[in-house]
Design a protein around this ligand. Structure first.
Ligand SMILES: [Zn+2]
Length: 486
C-alpha cells in the first residue's frame, strides 16, 4: 500500500485594533494604557438607556484595511448583537458585523512550497467592538488561585477589524507569510499601527487534514496566539497531532483548542462560547456607504509595499531583497525616496540606507522618524562619495560624525580634518614611488607576471591608502600604481 500523505487545510482569523482616537460607538479615548476605568462612559459600559453612535472615522479605517487586502466595499452592511455573558462584557452582548461585513472577497499573495506566488483568499473583514480586560490577583495573572479578579473597561468599545481567510493556507510557513504581508499592507494603508507588542494583532487558526486515502479530518479551531512565532508553532503542533490520530485510524474531534505558549501544546478549551448571533442591533441603523465615499477613501490609499518594491527593482535596478527590506517600513521607504529625489543615485542611496542608516537605527533603537539626519543631507553625502570627493571610508566617518553630533557635512569634514578631493597628482605619485621603492620584491613579482590575480597590486594599493590616511581616491591610487609598475 502506498504511503499515506496529508495536506493541511488552514484558515486564519485575525483581530486587528484599528487606529482611532475615539471608540467605535462613543467618544471615549482609545488610550488603553490610561489608569483603569478612566476612559469609559455609559455607552461603552453598556448602561441601560445609552445608545451607540457609529464612529465614521472607524468606518473609513475599515475601508482602508479592506483596500489593503484587495477587498471590495459593500454599499450596505449591518451590526448584530453577539449575546453572551462574561464579566468583561458589561452589556451582555458584543456589537459585531459578523456575517454582513463592510468589506469582502479579497486576497493576499504568499509563496508556496515551490516558491510560486499563491493567493490566499480573504473571505471578509468586519468591524466589531473589543471587550474590557480582566486582571487576576494571582501573582502570575492566572485565574486559578486568584483571590480577586478586577475588570478594566478602558478597552471596552475600542474598534477591531476581524479578518477571516478562506481555508487556502497549506503550511505554517504560508500562514506566517500571510499574516506578515497582511500586517505590512494594513500598516501602509494607515488603518492600524498593528503594534504586536501591544497586542494589536491576535490570531486564531482553523486546522484540518486531508488524507490521500480520501479521509478528511474534522476542523479544529486553535485560539490564543498573539505572535507570529506562536501562530507558527501552534499550527505545526496541530498538524502533527492530527496526522498522528489519523495515521492510527482515529478520528479528529471537532473542537476548540487553546494554545499554551509556555508548554508549546494545544489543549481542549474549557470555555464554551455559547452565543446567539444574528440578532440585529436595534440601536444602530444599517451602515450605508456611497460610491462617492468609497472613492474619497480609496484616493487616500498609498502605493502598497510589494508594488513599491517592484518599482524599485524595475525602475532603479535595486536588488529585490534590498527593495523588500526598505519597503518593509513605509517611513523608511519615504526617507529613501526623498534621498533619491534630492539627487542621490538610487542604487547607492539604497545601499547607504540599508547598511548605515539601519545600522545606526538598530544601535540606538530608533525609528526612522527619530533619525535626525535629513534625507537631503544623506543625499549630499552619497553624491560626494560617488563623485570621488570623499572615499567610502571617509564617507562613513563623516556619516557617523553627523549622526553623533547632528552636524552638516561640511562641519563634519572639517572636524575630522579630511581634505576633500583626496591626495592627487604629484603628491600621490610621490607616495606611490616611495611605497614601491620600499617593496622591491613585490614589484619584481608583478613585473614577472606572477601576480595573475592582482593580489600584489591590491597589497600596494592598501599601503598607499594607508600612507594617505585613507584620503586618496581608490580608483586614482589604482591608476597611479598601474602606471608606476609598467
Ligand atoms: Zn465610552
Amino acid at each position: 500500500m502506498a504511503e499515506l500523505t496529508f495536506t493541511p487545510v488552514i484558515g486564519i482569523e485575525i483581530h486587528i485594533r484599528l487606529k482611532s482616537d475615539s471608540k467605535l460607538f462613543c467618544s471615549c479615548s482609545t488610550d488603553t494604557d490610561a489608569p483603569a476605568n478612566t476612559n469609559i462612559c455609559p455607552v461603552c459600559m453598556g448602561l441601560p438607556g445609552s445608545l451607540p453612535v457609529m464612529n465614521h472615522r472607524v468606518v473609513e479605517q475599515g475601508m482602508l484595511a479592506g483596500f489593503a487586502l484587495n477587498c471590495g466595499i459593500r454599499p450596505k452592511s449591518l451590526f448584530f448583537r453577539k449575546s453572551y455573558f462574561y464579566p468583561d462584557l458589561p452589556k451582555g452582548h458584543q456589537i459585531s458585523q459578523c456575517d454582513l461585513p463592510i468589506t469582502t472577497s479579497g486576497y493576499i499573495e504568499v509563496h508556496d512550497s515551490e516558491g510560486k506566488l499563491k493567493k490566499i483568499r480573504v473571505h471578509h473583514l468586519h468591524l466589531e467592538e473589543d471587550v474590557g480586560s480582566l486582571h487576576h490577583s494571582a501573582s502570575d495573572g492566572r485565574l486559578e488561585g486568584a483571590d480577586t479578579s478586577y475588570v478594566d473597561y478602558n478597552r471596552s468599545g475600542t474598534p477591531l477589524a476581524e479578518i477571516v481567510s478562506e481555508p487556502d493556507v497549506s503550511s505554517s510557513k504560508e500562514a506566517v507569510e500571510y499574516v506578515m504581508t497582511l500586517r505590512r499592507r494594513v500598516i501602509y494603508s494607515g488603518a492600524s499601527d498593528v503594534e504586536l507588542e501591544k497586542g494589536m494583532m491576535r490570531f486564531d487558526a482553523n486546522v484540518s487534514m486531508k488524507c490521500s486515502d480520501g479521509r478528511w479530518g474534522h476542523k479544529v479551531e486553535v485560539k490564543n496566539m498573539n505572535s507570529f512565532k506562536a501562530l507558527e508553532r501552534a499550527i505545526e503542533y496541530e498538524i502533527k497531532r492530527q496526522k498522528k490520530i489519523m495515521l492510527q485510524g482515529g478520528e479528529v474531534i471537532q473542537e476548540t483548542r487553546h494554545w499554551n505558549d509556555a508548554k508549546g501544546i494545544t489543549s481542549p478549551s474549557r470555555v464554551k462560547e455559547n452565543y446567539r448571533k444574528f440578532i440585529v442591533e436595534p440601536d444602530l441603523p444599517p451602515l450605508y456607504i456611497s460610491q462617492e465615499w468609497i472613492d474619497r477613501v480609496a484616493a487616500r490609499m498609498p502605493e502598497m509595499p510589494d508594488v513599491r518594491a517592484s518599482r524599485y527593482v524595475t525602475d532603479w535596478n535595486i536588488p529585490q531583497e534590498v527593495a523588500d527590506l526598505i519597503t518593509d517600513d513605509r517611513n523608511l521607504a519615504d526617507y529613501f525616496e526623498s534621498c533619491v529625489k534630492a539627487g542621490a543615485n538610487p542604487v547607492r542611496a539604497a545601499h547607504w540606507v540599508r547598511t548605515e542608516v539601519l545600522r545606526v537605527m538598530n544601535e540606538k533603537g530608533l525609528k526612522i522618524s527619530e533619525f535626525t539626519m535629513k534625507p537631503e543631507t544623506l543625499a549630499g553625502l552619497v553624491e560626494r562619495v560617488d563623485g570621488g570627493k570623499l572615499s567610502t571610508t571617509q564617507g562613513k566617518e563623516v556619516f557617523d560624525y553627523m549622526c553623533a553630533n547632528n552636524s552638516g557635512i561640511d562641519d563634519a569634514v572639517k572636524a575630522l580634518g579630511i581634505t576633500e578631493g583626496g591626495v592627487a597628482g604629484n603628491a600621490l605619485a610621490d607616495i606611490v614611488a616611495s611605497v614601491i621603492a620600499a617593496n622591491p620584491d613585490v614589484l619584481d613579482e608583478i613585473k614577472s607576471g606572477k601576480d595573475k590575480k592582482g593580489k600584489k597590486l591590491k597589497f600596494l594599493q592598501g599601503l598607499v591608502m594607508k600612507e594617505t590616511k585613507g584620503q586618496a581616491k581608490p580608483n586614482e591610487v589604482a591608476e597611479a600604481i598601474a602606471e608606476a609598475v609598467k
